[in-house]
Design a protein around this ligand. Structure first.
Ligand code: KG4
Ligand code: ZN
Length: 367
């Protein structure tokens, strides 16, 4: 049995978790267990600023992390002695938070004489579906969060190829900015979705960015501009105007997403013709959106893909995915890397081979 303590502090969640795996066989045969999963969200501390403030985030991590780690150990009925390794997010993300998490992990691992693993937060998202659904490689991942919008081909532990990314804003960021423009509270995504439920998705003909382009990349800043122009043209906005704009925005997003993702599904089929039931995994906070989820589900039905959406608690930022990535790396024999020398990286692409896309990842804060 391997038991790993995971620590996540890359953005505005302070999280710790203990995950266990019996033996070292493939997870599709022996199911892993999440023994504890403690997540403290800082949303309330950032809400007044309409977004995550890095200094506030770092300070909040410092204050909360020790208690969160203690709670994760206590919830799992595991003592530090029984932990086999410590896995901490080392990037990408806000560097202040990363320093807090990685330094704490180094201190605990050093004092307790345990191995330390420096984990890429995106790898945590990429491997979650193996923890929750026992998925086998290869599969396709759509990561849609506040900081990232990517399609990644996941073919093994450490074997990732980014097939698409956003050339400007992340999708969650587009939801948050739209909400802000319309005077809806932070975080924007859930509030835009709520308003959209009462709106007319056909009232505004917003653009479907990148639709039809052969490369499945994303772009959302033009859509954001179109929303601003539409709102300015009819200001002051009534509640119904806001609802109609939100519904029309969401319809444009779902439509653009379906077009972009379908390109990647086609490519996957060409590259992996032997896969009988290929899978599309969705991760990130935007995966909470019902309309987006339904659109992707329908797309998968039409194209013969299995749609895998891990429980939302494990789709958004958490430390169970970091502990799990640690277990996967140990099983794959990656433990030789000396994480005690590892310096946190605010930018750390999962696929180092893919060329950076101009304009993408400007914010680099959330993953
Ligand atoms: O994965 P996540 O919890 O945090 C990181 O970005 O790391 O994602 C948060 C993002 C925010 O931009 C939020 O507005 C968006 O996910 N989001 C949603 C919904 N719930 C959260 N976007 C659209 N619809 C939702 N229901
Ligand atoms: Zn994330």
């Amino acid at each position: 049995m391997i038991r790993v303590l995971g620590i996540e502090t890359s953005c505005d969640e302070t999280a710790a978790s203990v995950v266990a795996l019996e033996g070292t066989s493939a997870p599709e045969i022996l199911s892993p267990k999440i023994l504890s999963n403690v997540v403290l969200s800082q949303i309330a501390e950032h809400a007044a600023f309409g977004g995550v403030v890095p200094e506030i985030a770092a300070r909040a991590h410092v204050e909360a992390l020790d208690g969160i780690i203690e709670a994760a150990l206590a919830d799992s009925n595991t003592s530090l002695d029984e932990i086999d390794a410590i896995a901490a997010t080392a990037g990408p993300g806000l560097v202040g938070g990363l320093i807090v998490g990685l330094m704490t992990a180094k201190a605990i691992a050093g004092a307790a004489g345990k191995p330390l693993l420096a984990i890429n937060h995106l790898e945590g998202h990429a491997l979650t579906a193996r923890l929750t659904d026992g998925l086998s490689f290869p599969y396709l991942l759509l990561l849609v969060s506040g900081g990232h919008t990517q399609i990644v081909r996941v073919a093994g532990v450490g074997d990732y190829q980014r097939w698409a990314t956003t050339i400007d804003d992340a999708l969650g960021e587009a939801f948050d900015k739209t909400a802000k423009m319309l005077g809806l509270p932070y975080p924007g995504g859930p509030n835009v979705e709520k308003a959209a439920a009462k709106g007319d998705p056909a009232r505004f003909a917003f653009p479907r960015p990148m639709k039809g382009s052969a490369q499945p990349d994303f772009s959302f800043s033009g859509l954001k501009t179109a929303v601003r122009q539409a709102a300015q043209a009819i200001a002051p906005l009534t509640e119904q105007d806001v609802a109609d704009i939100c519904a029309s925005f969401q319809a444009a997003v779902a439509d653009a997403l379906a077009d972009r993702v379908s390109r990647a599904l086609m490519r996957f089929k060409v590259e992996f013709p032997q896969e009988e039931q290929p899978a599309l995994v969705v991760a990130g906070g935007v995966a909470a959106n019902r309309m987006i989820k339904t659109t992707l589900e329908e797309l998968c039905d039409e194209t013969g893909f299995r749609f895998v959406a891990p429980p939302l608690k494990l789709c958004t930022d958490n430390a169970a995915m970091i502990a799990w990535a640690g277990i996967e790396r140990l099983n794959a024999g990656f433990e030789e890397e000396n994480a005690f020398d590892f310096v946190p990286r605010s930018r750390w692409p999962l696929d180092v081979v893919s060329a950076p896309v101009i304009g993408s990842g400007r914010r680099g804060a959330k993953a």
